[in-house]
Write a protein of this length. Structure first.
Length: 125
């Protein structure tokens, strides 16, 4: 469904793909190439350098501030890279309802910019 929505808005752009749980397998590659008629438009798989486990904060009803503080610690360890964050966890209702990723990003970006980090689109990697 997500692919169809994206294609309605930007039909010529690739879809960036992250393997579920970061576990890329030969079977997954076979499935994408066999089942998806537009597999050639997928770019990836992409992996991440920083996983602050945001979903665990939402499961425990913790705040965006607590999550952002955790991410900052992890980001400082790598000092670069892709950060894994979940804008929803639709298959786990408690996490989806308590999701504060948007608020976390709004807290992180100004701090990271202040610390000299820059942001680029995944298409530039």
């Amino acid at each position: 469904m997500t692919d169809d929505l994206i294609r309605n808005i930007i039909p010529e752009k690739p879809v960036y793909f992250r393997a579920p749980y970061g576990q890329w397998t030969a079977e997954m590659s076979h499935f994408l190439n066999k089942e998806f008629t537009m597999a050639h438009t997928y770019a990836g798989p992409f992996y991440w350098e920083v996983n602050g486990n945001d979903y665990a904060f939402w499961d425990r009803h913790l705040s965006a501030e607590e999550c952002a503080a955790s991410y900052l610690i992890e980001i400082e360890k790598t000092n670069r890279g892709l950060f894994l964050m979940h804008d929803s966890t639709s298959d786990i209702e408690n996490m989806r309802l308590n999701n504060r990723t948007y608020e976390t990003v709004r807290l992180l970006v100004p701090v990271l910019k202040e610390r000299g980090f820059t942001f680029i689109g995944i298409d530039k990697l």
